[in-house]
Write a new protein. Structure first.
Length: 83
């Protein structure tokens, strides 16, 4: 049985910024959570960046505006409720 995938379900780009210090200049917004597995989100030009709030110097995932919008719509509609 084939599994339908949304357009944003391809591996995200990682740390594509030319200078890692640029990440320090961004305004990061923390998601509120109780589990300890929190993320931070920032915008850079036409990208949305996500990182682990406990590992700010770790991997940063980057998504296009379209990918981020599609992902958020999927979350709101319950697409990922069974994952």
């Amino acid at each position: 049985m084939a599994v339908a995938r949304c357009p944003c379900c391809r591996p995200p780009a990682r740390n594509r910024m030319s200078n890692p210090r640029e990440l320090d200049l961004l305004t990061w917004h923390s998601a509120s959570c109780n589990s300890g597995a929190c993320i931070e989100v920032a915008r850079s030009e036409d990208r949305v960046l996500i990182r682990d709030s406990k590992q700010a110097n770790g991997t940063v995932l980057q998504f296009s505006e379209e990918e981020w919008t599609t992902f958020c719509a999927g979350v709101r509609s319950g697409t990922f409720d069974r994952i």
